[in-house]
Design a protein around this ligand. Structure first.
Ligand code: 13P
Ligand code: SF4
Length: 305
């Protein structure tokens, strides 16, 4: 089967079997072309609730499919590749958080959406990279514990200096691997280019940026800007997508390390196989009680964001 034939079969099966396909923007392009909803973490968790289909096939990483499930307990939710996890989401155990909450009971816990459902059950509000600053600013609480990404947390702390924000040591191994030397080298190689950086990068890299924002923030900034050249400081796929969609502009990747192996695990064959045989697919399950407890902080995010 060619890629095109596989895509056609996927489009046919998703109609026949009443599936909505969601794909994070870091997923491979040939899969994105078959998806109904494409976006960053915030858009996906917002739009999944409006899907009319009975079944959801998530092309992304485990915590994203879990979030889709807790918001749609009446639907079957499958992760296209069950091995696709996010190391940052799995960095903190609930026991550790419970211990920290005991030490400082007056802090509200703000969780990056890249966390497991088990951890979300003990958090007050969730944020994504596109909503974190706005939500923390809007919260009534002044004392906050931000988990698990200390780089995004640091960016929020600098943007909302009036709040007392405590961080933990955690983060995205892909974005955090980019060094300030790489940022300087990219800027001298492309002196006309604007540097657009995701806040999961380390503060020294973020300081060098002309724009800091989430995946969708970076995409829309580059599309709207009058500049012609950009250095992209987030996952590789975004530079590719922008190059396809803006052929009159030039995009350079900040570092070749910006390739998330978990996002790249999902293949078109995984998507096809799950649609052909959902009974063999990786279905997300959780009890009503687990979902209700974990959903609280997502509902707070959607209310405040
Ligand atoms: P956003 O989708 O919020 O930009 O987050 C990036 C990311 O690393 C997702 O895993
Ligand atoms: Fe997790 Fe980073 Fe990959 Fe996003 S890019 S899924 S945060 S490891």
């Amino acid at each position: 089967m060619t890629i095109r034939e596989m895509q056609d079969r996927i489009l046919q099966l998703k109609k026949e079997k009443d599936f909505c396909i969601l794909a994070h923007s870091y997923i491979k392009r040939e899969i994105i072309e078959t998806a109904d909803i494409v976006g960053d973490s915030f858009k996906l968790s917002q739009d999944v609730c409006s899907a009319k289909q009975k079944n959801i096939l998530f092309c992304g990483v485990h915590f994203m499919a879990e979030t889709a499930k807790m918001l749609n307990m009446d639907k079957h939710v499958y992760l296209a590749n069950g091995l696709a996890g996010c190391p940052m989401a799995e960095q903190m155990e609930p026991e550790m958080l419970l211990y920290m909450k005991k030490q400082e009971p007056d802090r509200k816990v703000v969780a990056y959406i890249n966390t497991t459902a088990a951890l979300k059950r003990h958090c007050d509000v969730c944020v994504t990279s596109s909503s974190a600053v706005e939500i923390v600013r809007k919260m009534e609480a002044d004392k906050i514990l931000f988990i698990p990404d200390c780089n995004l947390g640091n960016y929020v702390r600098e943007s909302v200096p009036e709040k007392d924000i405590k961080l933990v040591q955690g983060g995205c191994p892909i974005h955090a691997s980019v060094t300030v030397e790489e940022a300087e080298a990219a800027k001298s190689a492309h002196p006309e280019a604007l540097l657009l950086v995701h806040p999961e990068c380390v503060p020294k890299v973020v300081e060098k940026a002309d724009y800091v924002g989430s995946t969708s923030g970076i995409i829309s900034y580059a599309k709207k800007s009058n500049a012609k050249q950009f250095i992209i400081g987030t996952e590789y796929e975004i530079a590719e997508t922008l190059q396809y969609e803006c052929p009159d502009k030039e995009f350079f990747i900040l570092s070749k390390k910006l390739l998330c192996p978990n996002m790249k695990l999902t293949t078109l064959v995984d998507v096809l196989n799950t649609l052909e045989h959902p009974e063999n697919g990786f279905e997300i399950t959780m009890t009503e009680e687990e979902a209700a407890e974990a959903r609280f902080c997502i509902d707070e995010m959607l209310r405040l964001g």
